[in-house]
Design a protein around this ligand. Structure first.
Ligand code: ZN
Length: 67
């Protein structure tokens, strides 16, 4: 499943969501403020495994970000 990165237009929070190809993303809600219609980031498709790997790396580097 393709995983996409989005940026909230209201608060700027960046988050990931899994979308089917061509599925509209304007109904996605920001997990932080609930605003809809996020901006889709240009980040290329990543797998969940790769994303988890990156999260684990970031946890090691920035543990204070993941309380
Ligand atoms: Zn937001």
């Amino acid at each position: 499943m393709p995983l996409y990165d989005f940026a909230c237009c209201a608060c700027g929070h960046e988050y990931e969501a899994i979308l089917k190809i061509e599925e509209p993303h304007d109904q996605l809600e920001c997990p932080q403020c609930g605003a809809k219609a996020p901006k889709k980031l240009a980040t290329a498709f990543r797998t969940n495994t790769w994303s988890k790997f990156l999260d684990d790396m970031e946890k090691r580097v920035n543990p204070h970000k993941f309380k």
